[in-house]
Unconditional design. Structure first.
Lengths: 156, 864
């Protein structure tokens, strides 16, 4: 697959949809293409990570270890990005991601993203916006969950 | 070291100094003869009339006499300059040898200084002293005796000659010498003080520079660049001030000397002239005085210059001696063995901050002791005493039945310490493991120029051994020789958890088959075994094999076309420039398409990177073209608008070079995706193989042999690990190791890994790898006392197992675990607690009982 196709897919991903097409091409140019086979892991919960993947083809499942068992919590497909937190912070992976069938992905490492952000500040701004939206949603969810918890406690 | 420069130089070079003096005096009559002969030619041969002359019993006519004199003159010229040449060479040689001795001597002393003393020294300072500071001494050492003797001799001869003829005249000529002899040293003393200040200032500056460079990351992070610049700038300012004052004084001395030298004739002219006019002195006498003075003034000036230089250089020497040459160092002491002997410290103290006072401790062979406490609370000091790094200032140390506070310092061969930040020297991994079992001298094949090396070493007091020789003391590691040591080193590195890293490094090695025939053979055997292996389909799917009938996505276009690699990887960069390569492309009829591919790639790259700044780091990362080449390619693209056929030779070459570098899976520019184009490339491969006559060594893939230009892993796999499968788990290295292990063949890869470089200070290793390596090399010398300072003090499964393995490897060693937490208290025989510089609790029970497990009755920290 060549860069122009990869760029199209990147452009459809929510994180990058507002980034300029030319800059996305550059990012695709510096990303590395990766193939995973059925059952192979893109990342393992608790391990250190310095890269994110944008899925180009195929599917993957997200597993979170609860009580010693890996429980599937989500399924990812083309255009989804996974592991992006590791790009910005140096926290361990919060979940395991496993390929379902053959999966093709673009690998972005921290250095690539950081350089892109330095090179194109507007991309940093876009990233900031997306992250803020996510944070806001998470905060709202947290507030709702808390309220529910309070209700349950009050009720119980 | 000798106290003064003169003594140092004389003690180590008096023979050559005498030779130089002798040569100088020998040249004196030769110079005179060379001056006298031309006079004789004019007066005797040309103007003379009394011919034939009888010379040495031969009758010579005028012409013959002229020829004879001219021949003699020529001989004198050769002889005179020959002697000069000899003197100069001897002076230079003497200087260089003295310099080598001084440099080596200083370094030798620095490495022998007590560690406490050395902690105050900056590495930059030592470098400055050994390299720059002593350098002028070398240039001067050859002069140090000859100049004063020769010039002084001349002065005395002239003076004696004049005084013998007329004492008054002689005294008149030197009337102002005492003034100079009084004033010059006075001023020079100030100069010497300034020279010493300059040396101190420069030393501090080098120390500051080296500290800045060592901590450059922290400086950048802290944004402290300007502060460092200001520090150095301040030093430079002081340096400027000092140097300015020095040259003011130097020129002042010169001024005074010149004035005095010229004032003396002034007196002669004025007073002498007055006396001549008054008739109290005759003119002939005055002329004679002036002539005599001229003769005397020259050597006198030389002597004054010599004195100035000498005191300058001497000040440098004194500065070196004051820093490192002052205290007497004990000669290397006789080593002490700790094997199977009890070590007892009693009431030892090491004063100072974070010191230790009144500590007593007994270590028995085979025992393991946990020294528990904060590093500053005395643990660090105790570790340093045990490791033989510091000698306690009071108390006593007993080893077996030997007593002496320096016993542990002398037992370094039997002690090993592993700590959290080991310094790994530059070299291979093998060198790093061998570092603790180095012999005192190199052995094995000697360098070709051994005899000369040895002679020079003898003359300059340095060892002749080359570091290229074999320095490993195999007996200490308990192995037979090199081969066995390699296996031993691999074993130890595996023990400390570096086996996987060793294997990975080994896979990446590019081998020179002429130097490593054994490795090549093993690699080919592994290749054959792997080809027959069908067990791991997953592994096969990770490799792109050298298939002559397929386009390879993980190889560059150049490699795809020529289906091979230059033996020297350095040749790959300019592969395209090789006329044979271009000829083969032409013959195969693919040259035009290669240029076309380059053009398409350049165009795509320009589209993608057009918005980047002029020196963008992104271009570097893509790696296809240098940022500096971008404008060149832009110009080529402009020119190519008129048609690719009209491009010049240089442009076509640039485009071909770009095309040759393209690796489809890595660069994904899309220019190599067309199946028809791939077909054409594969088809051209056969034609190129027939046409290509390489000028430099080149090996084809699938010649069946080893491809020297490719790393070991590709030679084993007959192909390249697929770039897009790099994140697969388990990774290809692990799978490959398993397969090779099944065939019992992984050893050669590990051996290849042993030969990889660790970088300066081990910078190609991570901190944890360095730490593991530090432990490995400590184990390699099979110490009788092993100190683990802050390492291996956890209770993870790996660490527990490793501690057990170490004990199995060193059953009779005393092992000291020094740490600040008691997680492993259950794992050791005894626990010693340190706080506030004192041992708070150590069980004494073990001293009576058998070595082995014991209880700490006082604190009860140890479970039996």
């Amino acid at each position: 697959m060549k860069i122009s196709n990869e760029t199209e897919i990147l452009a459809e991903s929510p994180l990058f949809c507002r980034v300029d097409r030319g800059q996305l091409k550059l990012m695709a140019l510096m990303a590395e293409s990766r193939t995973f086979h059925e059952g192979e892991t893109l990342m393992v919960q608790g391990e250190e990570g310095d890269s994110a993947y944008v899925i180009l083809e195929g599917e993957a499942e997200v597993l979170v270890r609860v009580g010693g068992h890996d429980t599937p919590v989500a399924r990812l497909g083309p255009r989804d990005i996974v592991g992006e937190m590791a790009l910005l912070t140096e926290t361990p992976r919060s979940a395991t991601v496993r390929a379902c069938g053959t999966l093709r992905a673009l690998r972005l490492d921290r250095a690539t993203l950081m350089r892109c952000l330095q090179e194109f500040p507007c991309m940093a701004l876009e990233l900031l916006k997306v992250m803020t939206v996510r944070l806001e949603r998470t905060t709202q969810e947290l507030a709702r969950t808390r309220a529910e918890l309070e209700e349950m406690r009050a009720g119980g | 070291m000798e106290r003064t420069l003169l003594r140092f130089v004389w003690a180590h070079s008096w023979r050559w100094q005498l030779l130089i003096v002798l040569g100088s005096f020998l040249s004196f009559p030769l110079i005179l003869a060379a001056l006298y002969i031309p006079k004789e030619i004019v007066n005797g041969a040309l103007r003379g009339t009394a011919f034939p002359k009888v010379v040495l019993g031969l009758e010579l006519e005028q012409l013959q006499y002229l020829v004879a004199l001219c021949g003699l003159l020529l001989a004198m010229i050769f002889l005179n300059n020959g002697v000069k040449y000899y003197i100069n060479v001897t002076k230079g040689l003497t200087g260089e040898r003295i310099l080598r001795r001084l440099r080596h001597g200083v370094f030798d002393r620095v490495t022998r200084l007590p560690p406490r003393r050395l902690r105050l020294t900056s590495p930059g300072e030592v470098v400055q002293i050994i390299t720059a500071e002593v350098e002028p001494i070398g240039g001067f050492a050859g002069e140090i005796v000859a100049t004063p003797v020769y010039q002084g001799g001349q002065l005395i001869v002239y003076l004696g000659f004049i005084i013998a003829q007329d004492p008054v005249l002689g005294l008149a000529a030197i009337i102002l010498f005492p003034v100079q002899a009084y004033v010059v040293p006075k001023v020079q003393r100030i100069v010497v003080r300034l020279v010493q200040a300059r040396i101190r200032n420069i030393r501090k500056m080098t120390a500051e520079i080296s500290e800045t460079i060592t901590g450059i990351d922290d400086m950048r992070v802290a944004g402290a660049r300007n502060w460092h610049l200001a520090k150095v700038s301040d030093r430079l300012y002081h340096n400027f001030r000092i140097r300015y004052r020095i040259f003011l004084l130097k020129y002042a001395i010169k001024f005074a000397n010149n004035v005095i030298n010229n004032v003396t004739p002034f007196f002669f002219y004025s007073f002498g002239g007055y006396l001549v006019i008054k008739g109290q002195m005759n003119l002939g006498a005055l002329v004679a005085i002036l002539a005599a003075y001229k003769d005397i003034a020259a050597p006198w000036r030389e002597l004054l210059n010599f004195y100035q230089t000498y005191s300058d250089i001497s000040a440098r020497y004194d500065a070196v001696v004051a820093t490192y040459g002052g205290e007497p160092l004990p000669p290397p002491a006789e080593p002490v063995s700790l094997r199977d002997r009890e070590i007892a410290l009693s009431d030892v103290s090491l004063p100072g901050h974070a010191g230790l006072s009144g500590a007593s401790l007994t270590l028995k062979p085979g025992q393991s002791v946990l020294v528990l406490g904060e590093e500053e609370a005395g643990r660090g000091a105790l570790v340093r005493i045990l490791a033989g790094l510091d000698m306690p200032e009071s108390g006593s140390i007993r080893v077996g039945d030997q007593q002496g506070r320096d016993l542990l310092v002398r037992a370094v061969r039997d002690i090993a310490i592993a700590h959290r930040a080991p310094h790994v020297m530059r070299g291979t991994l093998r060198d790093a493991v061998a570092y603790f079992v180095l012999a005192d001298r190199g052995s094995g094949p000697r360098p070709e120029d051994w005899e000369r090396r040895e002679r020079e070493a003898r003359i300059t007091g340095a060892p002749p051994d080359s570091p290229e020789m074999d320095w490993v003391d195999y007996a200490r590691a308990g192995v037979e020789g090199r081969e066995e040591f390699d296996s031993f080193a691999i074993g130890i590195l595996s023990l400390v958890g570096l086996r996987e890293d060793l294997f990975r490094r080994g896979l990446g090695v590019v081998i020179d088959p002429r130097r490593e025939p054994v490795l090549v053979e093993a690699a080919l055997a592994a290749r054959a075994a792997l080809a027959a292996e069908t067990g791991d389909a997953g592994l096969e799917a990770m490799i792109e094999h050298w298939d002559p009938d397929r386009f390879l996505e993980n190889y560059s276009l150049g490699e795809n076309l020529f289906f091979g690699a230059p033996d020297d990887p350095a040749d790959l960069e300019c592969f395209c420039e090789d006329p044979a390569v271009r000829a083969a492309l032409e013959t195969a009829g693919i040259a035009e398409e290669v240029v076309q591919i380059g053009l398409e790639a350049a165009r795509t790259l320009q589209e993608l990177t057009g918005s980047l700044g002029p020196d963008s780091a992104l271009l570097d990362r893509i790696g296809l073209i240098e940022p500096s080449e971008r404008d060149d390619y832009a110009a080529i693209l402009l020119r190519a608008r008129r048609g690719i056929g009209r491009l010049g030779r240089a442009d076509r070459l640039d485009l071909a070079r770009l095309a040759f570098r393209l690796v489809p899976l890595r660069h994904r520019l899309g220019v190599l995706d067309d199946p028809a184009r791939r077909q054409r490339i594969v088809a051209a491969r056969q034609r190129i193989a027939r046409a290509f006559r390489p000028a430099r060594p080149f090996t084809r893939f699938y010649s069946g042999g080893y491809v020297p230009g490719c790393p070991l892993v590709e030679n084993i796999l007959r192909g390249r690990p697929r770039l897009d499968r790099r994140d697969a788990s388990p990774p290809i290295e692990a799978r490959l190791e398993r397969v090779l292990d099944d065939h019992d063949m992984e050893g050669f890869v590990l051996r290849a890994g042993l030969g990889t470089q660790v970088g300066t200070g081990g910078n190609s290793l991570s901190t944890s790898q360095r730490r593991a390596l530090g432990l490995a090399r400590a184990l390699a010398c099979r110490p009788a006392l092993l100190i683990l300072d802050g390492v291996l003090d956890g209770i993870t499964e790996d660490q527990v197992a490793l501690r057990r393995d170490i004990r199995r490897m060193l059953p009779d060693a005393a092992i000291v675990h020094a740490t600040d937490h008691d997680a492993i208290a259950d794992d050791v025989d005894r626990v010693v607690r340190i706080a506030g510089g004192r041992i708070e609790a150590a069980d004494e029970a073990a001293e009576d009982g058998a070595p082995g497990r014991a209880e700490d009755a006082v604190e009860g920290e140890v479970e039996p």
